[in-house]
Design a protein around this ligand. Sequence first.
Ligand SMILES: [Zn+2]
Length: 156
Amino acid sequence: MFLPEKKTRKPFKTSTKKTEWILATGKNPSSGKFVKMSKCRECGMPLTWGDRKYDFDHKDNNPANNSQSNCYLVCKSCHGNATLITKRKRKALGQTIGYETVKRKVGYKKSRKKTRNTKRVPIHGVFGEITGYRTVKIRKPKAVKSRKRKRKARKK
Ligand SMILES: [Zn+2]
């Protein structure tokens, strides 16, 4: 490709990648232990650190946002499915002088399903080690019932 990558695109830091890598396994990254095997966040395909079959995607599609929460471990095929590549004509003086590759994020399907109302929390033993897991319900914050009320309150 002769087109250079956008200057704003910066790769994630290795530490960010490793944290995401461990988070994808469901383990606690602050334990300091690194695991070589992880899995794709979307399809669950097993991944091995260093085998290049995965990508760390910018979840919000903003390549300049390299925050931990924006780092998303996916396998190459899921990354490809979430990115739509189209071509756009480049014109000069009404004539087509070439084509430009446009990458567009179409998003991941799964994100909606993620809103479960239960989660697994580890049970810690006396020495801080994980002795098991239990499922707890997540309390949803109360939804704001009507917008009208908000407006009235603002007027005051
Ligand atoms: Zn995948």
